[in-house]
Design a protein around this ligand. Structure first.
Ligand code: KG4
Ligand code: ZN
Length: 333
């Protein structure tokens, strides 16, 4: 069964072709980061227009890369939320067009659920239950996945996403957008104990807050403009990673889960990849990191989620799908 996946919820235009829910025949991603770099963040209207410009060609390219024709598509999966309403609409309109033209079902996908499917694609033999840590530029949440198709959000940020907190301080340092990868590199030459940044809300609970930490970095730079950039990056990242690792391990222990699956752009962070497995393994908890290409926004995870929703959950699909910019993962199926 060939599933076409389309993802346009933020600043990546992505199209994928997936066979039988697990074999990726094509997974093409066009990133708009160059377009948004000058704003230091995603400009929604520019994003919509760029998706519109890029998506038709990318659909053709994906089919060619997969070596299939339009007639072989059996199902179309598309992200309908959460995300930016304009960009979502562009992807959904194209997806509906393909579904009508090919006379196949259109299945809407929750972008956050799709992120978790990176694990199903990379480790199909390791089934839930597990704790998902979704950590990207737009989202930071902890979710219990008892089985595929069932999601219970147990914690998350109350303000900025972890990636957003990195990007905003990185912008101040002139590291470009998104700043996370560059900050990661610079941190290698820095001392993570150089600056005693706070660890907001680390003492208890499963919720997080990164806005105060970001403000602490802003004040530090204002008061000590000569601070070594690598030291600042290393110390700031250490605080973010410390909070993420502490909360994820706490959630897994509290809920008696023996596996944590980390997805989203920040999952690429070198320090998070060191600290989290270390702390989790001490407690008998394993950590899975899908490959980076599946962790960041892409459409193979959308196709995988749509395939599961259609074939396993029995969702029939619907053409009158509406975008839902604030779609929650809690209880979504
Ligand atoms: O999942 P993603 O590609 O897009 C969404 O936000 O949905 O995540 C992008 C985020 C950005 O905030 C970026 O700075 C961060 O992931 N990021 C990193 C690294 N690579 C990407 N943060 C820290 N270290 C990295 N190596
Ligand atoms: Zn995402």
């Amino acid at each position: 069964m060939i599933v076409l996946g389309i993802e346009t919820s933020c600043d990546e235009t992505a199209v994928a072709v997936l066979q039988d829910g697990g074999e990726i025949l094509a997974n093409l991603i066009y990133s708009q980061t160059g377009l948004h770099a000058r704003y230091g963040g995603v400009m929604p209207e520019a994003a919509s227009r760029d998706h519109l410009r890029k998506l038709p060609g990318l659909l053709d390219e994906a089919l060619a890369a997969a070596g299939i024709g339009w007639g072989e598509i059996a199902l179309v999966g598309v992200t309908y939320g959460p995300g930016l309403v304009g960009p979502l609409l562009v992807g959904m309109a194209h997806a509906a067009g393909v579904a009508v033209a090919c006379n196949v079902p259109l299945v809407g996908v929750n972008h956050l659920a799709a992120h978790l499917f990176a694990h199903k694609l990379s480790e199909p033999a390791i089934d839930p239950p597990f704790l998902g840590l979704i950590v990207s530029g737009g989202h930071t949440l902890l979710v219990v996945v008892p089985r595929w198709g069932e999601y219970k959000v147990v914690g998350g940020t109350r303000d900025d996403a972890a990636g957003e907190a990195l990007d905003k301080v990185g912008r101040l340092l002139g590291l470009g957008y998104p700043a996370g990868p560059r900050m990661d590199e610079l941190a290698r030459d820095g001392d993570p104990t150089a600056i005693p940044f706070p660890r907001p809300m680390i003492e208890s609970g499963l919720d997080m807050s990164f806005a105060g930490l970001k403000t602490a970095a802003v004040y530090w730079l204002r008061d000590r403009p000569k601070t070594s950039i690598p030291d600042l990056c290393a110390s700031y990242l250490e605080a973010v990673v410390d909070v993420l690792a502490e909360k994820a391990v706490r959630a897994a222990r509290r809920l008696s889960l023996d596996r944590i699956v980390v997805v989203g752009g920040v999952a690429a962070n070198r320090r998070l990849r060191e600290v989290l497995p270390q702390r989790a393994n001490e407690r008998g908890i394993m950590v899975s990191y899908p490959p980076a290409a599946l962790c960041t926004d892409n459409a193979a995870i959308v196709a995988a989620c749509a395939h599961h929703r259609f074939t396993v959950l029995g969702y029939p699909g619907a053409l009158d799908l509406a975008p839902d910019p604030n779609l929650s993962l809690d209880g979504w199926a």
